[in-house]
Design a protein around this ligand. Structure first.
Ligand code: FE2
Length: 308
């Protein structure tokens, strides 16, 4: 079934724009049987606890930063989807490529197509996720440390991308993400939107954007399902190393690191520093301080939650 290409509508301009500006191209994942709502319900139902997050999001205007993590509470797959369709929820299925190897193979097909389409592109640490989110849900302004591509499967959303530099994102914001693992905790002002690149994102479209470009998402009034691919390149890996090292220097040692060079002796000493400390108890404690399960889905009322 994978004899046809999964990406479509590629033009030479997309290779020129790759990693320089957000781009939108076509795909045909949304036509495949693995991504119908029934198939997704079956996937959700058996999803390993350690590989998903269910997030409850605040009311759009009053609780912009209200963001809590919960549990599916033993609901079957159809009921989870119905809870999301009726609530203010966001389900993140991580490591889909391992849990569902057929989807992992599709992801690898996409990566090999991209490697042919973008001259010189080499990627690794491929991971694949599925995001199921409620009508009108938002993903707040944030930036990601891996490179990401987003594929729309079901529903419609509006995606805003911002330039990957100050004042939209500062080095210390990225360091904060590297240390605390909480991507949405970065400053945002409404006027940033005047500088955003905005897409209405429909099934059959894929978005890719420059590494660490901040973005935010507003769902339209419909259930949304998207697939994410994340990966690193050599440039992304080096940026991650220097960001984590600078974060350690800032938050652990109270310094104010100014260089974000990804070559040279200073870079290599930072590479060593982050390698020694990235699995330390200090880092683990910082990340854990933001991850606590606070609610579960209510079996009797789709979309409602119960406090834990
Ligand atoms: Fe993101």
């Amino acid at each position: 079934m994978h004899d046809e290409r999964l990406l479509c509508g590629w033009e030479s301009k997309h290779a020129a724009l790759w990693n320089q500006a957000p781009i939108c191209i076509g795909h045909r994942l949304h036509e495949l049987p693995e991504f119908t709502l029934d198939a997704l319900a079956r996937l959700i139902e058996s999803y390993p606890r350690e590989n998903y997050s269910i997030i409850h999001m605040g009311n759009r205007e009053t609780d912009r930063r209200f963001w809590r993590e919960g549990d599916l509470g033993g609901l079957n797959g159809q009921d989870v989807i119905s809870a999301i369709a009726n609530g203010r929820l966001w389900l993140n299925l991580r490591n889909v490529g391992e849990v569902a190897p057929e989807i992992g193979r599709m992801a690898e097909t996409i990566f090999s197509e991209l490697h042919k389409l973008v001259p010189g592109l080499a990627t690794w640490n491929h991971r694949c996720g599925i995001l199921v989110s409620s009508p009108n849900a938002q993903v707040y302004y944030h930036a990601d440390l891996p490179a990401h591509a987003l594929f729309q499967l079901i529903g419609r959303k509006r995606v805003y991308f911002y330039p990957p530099h100050e004042p939209f994102i500062r080095a210390e914001d990225l360091e904060h993400i590297a240390i605390y693992g909480l991507e949405v905790d970065i400053p945002y002002s409404r006027w940033y939107d005047e500088y955003a690149c905005v897409f209405d994102f429909d099934p059959g479209q894929m978005l890719y954007w420059p590494h660490t470009a901040p973005h935010r998402i507003d769902n339209y009034d419909c259930l949304n399902v998207s697939l994410t691919l994340d990966f690193v390149t050599e440039a992304v890996r080096r940026k991650q190393m220097v960001t984590l090292a600078n974060g350690i220097l800032r938050y652990r040692f109270g310094l104010n690191p100014e260089s974000d060079a990804t070559t040279g002796p200073l870079f290599w000493s930072k590479a060593l520093l982050q390698k020694m400390l990235r699995n330390s108890d200090w880092i683990k404690a910082k990340k854990a301080s933001h991850r606590r399960i606070e609610f579960r889905l209510d079996k009797s009322t789709p979309g409602a939650i119960l406090e834990m």
